[in-house]
Design a protein around this ligand. Structure first.
Ligand code: ADP
Ligand code: 5GP
Length: 215
């Protein structure tokens, strides 16, 4: 039975290379109704990235103007580039009862958790099975030059130090298992009583039925 509920804000963070893009993709294949929050960034597109799909690619001036206009729910600087979450699509998704997925760093996670939307947030942190595995995955992805890989590795330590701020912490050793864990978290969080305002009306209808049957 379908009971009206509020949309979830699913925050997925991890050090770069631990697998959050892969897990995000799989989560949206599992449930295509989950929307992806397309961030804005000043970093240049990587090969294969499409404007409006992975990111909205903006120049710094446009980005900073949007910050001043309050267009972002959160924003932060990562690897010398600016990243931000556009506010409007998130507010629309929650109102419509749709879930929305964020691939953002710990700074963005903190800002959203401390915003008026905190009740709607479920945060998941993904750890790599080892630092060697993390480095191997960054190299395997083959998208970044050597100096960028070194910079990402040194930032990973900082990102990992925020693990305990998240509701759930997963180790992405086996991809199948980790994907199932993410799906299990989302399934359970959707069923929380406070996220299902429709329950009050449903229980009222059960009570009316009691009256009818038993007087
Ligand atoms: P992130 O988005 O966290 O930077 P990606 O999802 O791009 O990471 O993953 C980095 C690389 O690691 C990709 O090549 C991906 O296919 C691979 N990968 C992801 N999860 C696993 C896993 N559990 N085991 C082995 N390789 C993985
Ligand atoms: P990448 O350049 O590899 O796509 O992303 C670098 C880092 O920026 C990742 O940790 C990613 O989660 C984070 N990031 C992407 N979009 C946003 C955003 O809108 N806000 C914040 N705070 N971080 C973001």
């Amino acid at each position: 039975m379908q009971i009206k509920r509020r949309g979830l804000l699913i925050i997925l963070s991890s050090p770069s290379g631990a697998g959050k893009s892969t897990l995000s993709r799989r989560l949206m294949e599992w449930d295509p109704s989950i929307r992806f929050s397309v961030s804005a960034t000043t970093r240049p597109p990587r090969p294969g990235e499409v404007d409006g799909r992975e990111y909205h690619f903006l120049d710094r001036e446009t980005f900073e103007r949007m910050v001043d206009e309050g267009a972002f729910l959160e924003h932060a600087e990562v690897f010398g580039n600016l990243y931000g979450t556009p506010r409007a699509p998130v507010e629309a998704a929650i109102e419509e009862g749709n879930d929305i997925l964020f691939d953002i760093d710990w700074q963005g996670g903190q800002q959203i958790r401390n915003s008026p939307l905190s009740e709607d947030v479920v945060s998941i942190f993904v750890l790599p099975p080892s630092i060697r595995a993390l480095e191997a995955r960054l190299r395997k992805r083959g998208q970044d030059p050597e100096e960028v890989i070194r910079a990402r590795m040194s930032r990973s330590r900082d990102e990992i130090s925020h693990w305990a701020e998240y509701d759930y912490v997963l180790v992405n050793d086996d991809l199948e298992r980790c994907s199932t864990e993410v799906e299990t978290i989302v399934s359970a969080e959707r069923l929380r009583r406070r996220r299902r305002p429709g329950l009050t009306e449903f229980v009222r209808s059960l009570n009316r039925e009691f009256e009818e049957l038993m007087g």
